[in-house]
Design a protein around this ligand. Structure first.
Ligand SMILES: [Zn+2]
Length: 449
């Protein structure tokens, strides 16, 4: 099949005007000028997107699909109060509710041009929804526990769960990773045990790190509402929590958290230059979540410093519980403008840089860039078409500028994963939109109550 459009963005090379992509089976066969490919592949069927951009699918490098039903439920709260509310409200949901909530996330993501996710899930609902939807990605099994005496039991349970999830995802586009969720939910010994297990089994590890200032104070001074209200809510208030006297990054390093080799950390806001050096030493990947971090008052990650040291950086949207939309265009735009506001300069970060971060950067952060992230012969055919024919987008001079400064999730008209069409012209081919939207209503009523 030949897909053609006014613009093709390979991302690893310059944009191609009047370009095309040849897809064969689940892979990309060729990328180039439309005329040349039509001549070289005369028997292929042609799909013409007209005034559109064909590009690699977006990689949402940090999600929690199962929290999609929480959209708009806990708005305008600082981080810890938000976390307390989300945790409290979570208790009323059943396994079926979590599944519909995760399906809503998958539905929105696919319609927004996301082809690959890195999702942390406690219930496994994100795995079920992503599998049904046909998404690519890494599903991380969430591991929690602040009681050091229970580490062996937690690891043994998690191992069973991971192997059952691995069996469930065999032959799909999904792989399984492990997530020691955060410093305020995972004890030092548990961090260590997870890391050693991940190293042994070659699992990718992902966790939240150096996000809010409450988290920083929790680790360094043993203080903040995380050390009081949150530990109490989780039933961990009888455990001894002491000031560690170091930053969150230094603290988890002391417990071998980066030792497994394939580690992704999410947020990375409260970091000193010394912390950044530690992360670099272990080749840790970073996921930048600009909208979620700003909305919860966590701050803005020092992107310029991370790029200066050539980190693998992807963009994550976290969950609709904190970010309200799974819209990579909005995320790129907001992310870029926040950096300019913070740094009081324009140089260094461009629209092109953000599109790359949302595609190839994400693939590098997840260490799957040999498979996806750019349009190249031999890579998986994970690609999308974005309509740029609207009045607010015309005239188009530079497709990178159009995507970042004018486009939104509704402009996506086509989403393909591994050569399979998941979404086209407003229609979902793997998910039942009407059913999901109907099923989410009673879930929301429960959460409101
Ligand atoms: Zn998160």
């Amino acid at each position: 099949m030949i897909l053609k459009a006014k613009w093709v963005l390979p991302v690893n090379k310059k944009p191609i005007e009047d370009g095309a992509i040849v897809v064969s089976g689940d892979r990309i066969e060729a990328v180039g000028k439309r005329k040349k490919l039509e001549k070289n592949y005369p028997d292929e069927k042609i799909k013409d997107f007209g005034q559109a951009v064909l590009m690699p699918g977006f990689i949402d490098a940090h999600t929690h699909f199962e929290y999609s039903a929480f959209r708009g439920l806990c708005d305008d709260l600082p981080f810890t109060r938000w976390k307390l509310q989300v945790t409290e409200k979570s208790e009323c949901l059943t396994a079926e509710d979590w599944f519909f909530s995760a399906e809503l996330g998958a539905l929105e993501a696919i319609g927004s041009g996301i082809t690959c996710i890195a999702d942390i899930t406690d219930t496994g609902a994100s795995l079920q929804a992503s599998k049904e939807a046909g998404l690519r990605g890494i599903i991380f099994n969430e591991v929690m526990g602040m009681d050091n005496s229970k580490v062996n039991q937690i690891i043994s349970d998690a191992k069973k769960r991971v192997s059952s999830w691995q069996a469930e995802t065999k032959g799909t586009n999904l792989e399984i990773g492990i997530s020691p969720y955060s410093v305020y939910t995972v004890s030092p010994s548990l961090f260590k045990a997870v890391s050693h297990w991940a190293k042994e089994d070659g699992l990718t590890v992902c966790f939240h790190l150096a996000g809010s200032s409450d988290e920083y104070e929790f680790v360094k001074y043993g203080a903040s509402p995380l050390a009081t209200s949150f530990l109490k809510q989780m039933g961990w208030n009888d455990l001894l929590w002491q000031p560690m006297g170091v930053s969150p990054v230094k603290y988890v390093e002391q417990w071998d958290a980066f030792e497994s080799g394939k580690v992704i950390v999410v947020h990375c806001i409260q970091v000193s230059d010394a912390d950044i050096d530690i992360l670099k030493k272990y080749d840790v990947s970073i996921v930048h979540c600009p909208k979620c971090s700003a909305k919860l008052g966590m701050g803005i990650a020092p992107l310029d410093k991370l790029f200066h040291q050539n980190f693998k950086v992807g963009i994550g949207m976290d969950s609709p519980a904190s970010n309200n939309t799974i819209d990579m265009f909005d995320e790129m735009r907001m992310g870029l403008l926040l950096q300019r506001g913070l740094n009081k300069k324009v140089e260094g970060l461009s629209a092109e840089k953000f599109v790359k971060m949302a595609t190839l950067g994400g693939a590098q952060a997840l260490r799957i860039d040999s498979q996806v992230g750019s349009l190249e012969k031999g890579k998986k055919a994970d690609l999308i078409a974005v309509d740029i024919s609207h009045a607010h987008q015309s005239p188009v001079r530079d497709p990178y500028s159009t995507l970042v400064y004018t486009a939104n999730q509704e402009d996506v008209v086509f989403t393909m994963v591994g050569g399979k069409v998941l979404y086209e012209g407003g229609e979902h081919l793997t998910l039942d939109k009407e059913k999901i939207l109907a099923m989410i209503e009673p879930v929301r009523m429960k959460l409101k109550g």
